[in-house]
Design a protein around this ligand. Sequence first.
Ligand code: SF4
Ligand code: SF4
Length: 242
Amino acid sequence: MIDMDALQKQLLDFAMSLEVDYFGVADLSRVKDFVLEQGGEAIAGFSRAVSIGMRLIDSVIDELPRHEDPSVIFTYRGLYNSVNNNLDKATLFISKKIQDAGFEAYPIPAAQRIDSAKLKGAFSHKLAANLAGLGWIGKSCLLITPESGPRVRWATILTNAPLEQTNKPLADGCSNCDKCVKVCPVKAFTGAKFNVSEPREARFNAHLCDEYIHKRELALGEGICGLCVYTCPYGQKKKAIS
Ligand code: SF4
Ligand code: SF4
């Protein structure tokens, strides 16, 4: 019989050895309908999600107010791709460990968009990280960690291994702050707080963001923004929540 505590500890230690900064386990039973609607039956068949996150580099994020400068675009794109690649490698290696222990594992890449009309992936990394107690979903629809704010990229390994949920979802820490709502150049956020029973559209018009970045791409050859990541007081060195 497999010692699940030992497997969970082994996965945590292994993830840390892969330079993963955040590790948590979410029990998906409460959100099965949501997962089913977004990703279909194969995805919704898994009972647990292992959420992993890698912190971005502050000096690059702090340059995002100059996101139309080619040197900032080039550096940010490099960082984004590199973190995604490392997260994807980590999901592969962690999946292999889970599979070697006799369970199913299904890695979900860091950057995934399977529905170009709804601009969504097969599974919400942010939901898994939220359920695992690693952060809350802010008014920017980003996962906000207390320590690094939204300056983290996420990936997930779905599994049927009966791992233990690591923590309770954190309480919303946005309070009266609306810096991300105000800074967005295309006013993509409504300012509404996250509610799992409401669709993302109640909080965020992803098409406005996508169009803005596409316009930058047409004008400059590459398009980025990330002002909502930059501006969040959580993760900034001088945090100032109003
Ligand atoms: S990336 Fe820029 S355009 Fe997109 S939601 Fe964030 S602030 Fe708005
Ligand atoms: S900028 Fe403020 S409102 Fe937006 S996610 Fe961060 S804390 Fe929440």
